[in-house]
Design a binder for this molecule. Sequence first.
Ligand code: ADP
Length: 503
Amino acid sequence: MHGPVDPAAQSDDTLFQTLIATAVDGIMVIDERGIVQVYNRACERLFQYGADEVIGQNIKMLMPAPYRNEHDGYLDSYRNTGKARIIGIGREARGQRKDGTEFPLYLSVGQGTLDGKRIFVGIVHDLTQLKAEEAAREEQRGMMASIVETSNDAIISKTLDGIVTSWNAAAERIFGYKAEEIIGKPISILFPPDLVEEEAMILAKLSKGESIQHYETVRRRKNGAHIDISLTVSPLFDASGKIVGASKTARDITERKAAEARLQLLQSELTHVARLSEMGQFSAALAHELNQPLTAILNYTNVAKRLLTSQNPDSPAKTYETIAKAGQQAQRAGQIIRRMRDFVEKRDSKRTIEDVNKIAADAMALGLVGTKVANIKMQTIFASRAPAVLVDKVQIQQVLVNLLRNAAEAMTESPRRELTVTTTNIDDTSVELSVADTGPGIPDELAKRLFEPFVTTKVGGMGIGLAISQSIVEAHGGQLRMTPNKDGGTIFHFRLPAAPDME
Ligand code: ADP
């Protein structure tokens, strides 16, 4: 090595110097006693000491306790016993910067001889960034885990074969199985027997990469009880983007369902009470309405009696005709009573496919009975071809009766009294119903609060008619609105969606 200067050797040396200087990792060389011989630029960056401060000093100055105090001992023991703790292996350790701060590093150590003396070469790789990333990942994992554990919703993951792979605390609570009882088992244990085919539907969606959002269904608890849940299922992908399973969250909606049912019951009680009071208000007029056919029947029977005792040869034919007329009047009376009974009968809300024009016509027959306002000009503009609607017929009638009676009452003082009921086909997707009057209209102040309960301007008014009507229309997917009629007066209108095609 120490022969005459060889140009090739010299360029080797320069290459070597450049290598050390430009290396990204810290490179240092110490002698057997730990005295630093070589300390590259990367080391200066890492430890903040300049080469002049370190070369010739014991390497332990770059180590925090406890390494600092133990290092001399390592070197001694290696010299005496040849037992290496780190040489040729490498390990994670810590370094200490000039400002006293520490940082994690990976140290690999090799040994060699230089000028007949043993030297150690250390390569120091800074782990600060890596450790920080690891810590962040760990923190995130911990956070995710605690979110999953503290969630109120069951969070479950499963393989594409439907085998449960994870199960949180809420899942234990909702379904009654402990994690260890169900992990590794098929998720289908949670399905009620009549819903097993749901899993095929869910898997089909998942395998297309689609998720299922807030799907309301029923599952079975460990004790066999059924629970209403809202299910969200999303595919789980591996790093290459392949679907490897699914994560599902299940929310227990038993409470909500029960509350909804209670609310529906209350609502139907309320609409029923409102219909009764509506009927009560025009019962006197109804009696009058019934009185007409009853009087007619009485008259016809008297005529028939007379005819039977007469000697007239036409008498049997005339008697027959008269009795038939009495029958027609009885039918008319029966019809009035049937409509009334339908309207006030207490029953569960039920939806049937109906013709809007027929509902409107029936409502008009009912709604105008008993209006104290005389001389109202009734007009209907019915769509000639409107799609059928899926509605609770009596409730929609109730809305119309309420609107008609409000309209009639509003026109008490009006010189012009026109009431127009219109049905309009909206693109075959819905039907709009409207009730227009020529009353005084509704001032802005009142219009704002019109659909709130207990808002009334009438003496003895309840102010719940429009509030109930609005809730009925909303339950049918529509919205009851009021707009001013162009020549004064008011139009109330709402849309009902067309019945879904049943074919
Ligand atoms: P009520 O009829 O018991 O007052 P509603 O909720 O049916 O309760 O109506 C609330 C109020 O809205 C009525 O008191 C009235 O002032 C006003 N109103 C409703 N319909 C009309 C209408 N067609 N024209 C003018 N005002 C109306």
